[in-house]
Design a protein around this ligand. Structure first.
Ligand SMILES: Nc1ncnc2c1ncn2[C@@H]1O[C@H](COP(=O)(O)OP(=O)(O)OP(=O)(O)O)[C@@H](O)[C@H]1O
Ligand SMILES: [Mg+2]
Length: 135
């Protein structure tokens, strides 16, 4: 079975969320985990734009996908800032606070590396198996 990795930078502005989703769906077209991967990257890219210096003028973020025989690793590297990723275990009634809760419920594992100079928020998904075309 093959193992592969792709990464791509995106500008830190709202239209990049859709581009990042397309990046994921084009890479994972036949994968059972494609929908979950798309949702996760959408939430993480949105967070990078909204909560980190990636969202400043000229900012960017990096989306990476690593495929292993039985799992996918997804990561979004941002440009850091003062805020830290935090899961609201009980989502507030008002708007917001649901993105990382959703990520944590879809992923078999997730976490954060880095500091205020830049953070990678990552998640892994179980794939069951790779599509025939990737073996
Ligand atoms: N990459 C990040 N860097 C720094 N802080 C982050 C990052 N991602 C999330 N956060 C912090 O963690 C909090 C929770 O993120 P989460 O995605 O769950 O909710 P939200 O973005 O506030 O709202 P929603 O995703 O529901 O629109 C955010 O409000 C923000 O303070
Ligand atoms: Mg969010």
């Amino acid at each position: 079975m093959s193992t592969w990795r792709f990464s791509r930078y995106f500008l830190g502005s709202a239209p990049s969320v859709r581009e990042a989703r397309r990046f994921i769906t084009s890479l994972l077209r036949d994968w059972p985990a494609a929908d979950a991967a798309e949702l996760i990257v959408s939430e993480l890219a949105t967070n990078a734009i909204r909560h980190t210096d990636s969202g400043r003028f000229g900012g960017r973020f990096l989306v990476s996908v690593q495929a292993h025989p039985d799992r996918l690793w997804l990561g979004v590297l941002d440009e850091g800032g003062q805020s830290s990723p935090l899961v609201f275990r009980h989502a507030p009634d008002g708007e917001g606070g649901r993105g990382l809760l959703l990520v944590s419920s879809l992923a078999i594992d997730w976490g954060v590396w880095g500091d205020e100079r830049g953070r990678t928020v990552w998640a892994t998904l179980s794939t069951g198996s790779q599509p025939t075309s990737c073996r």
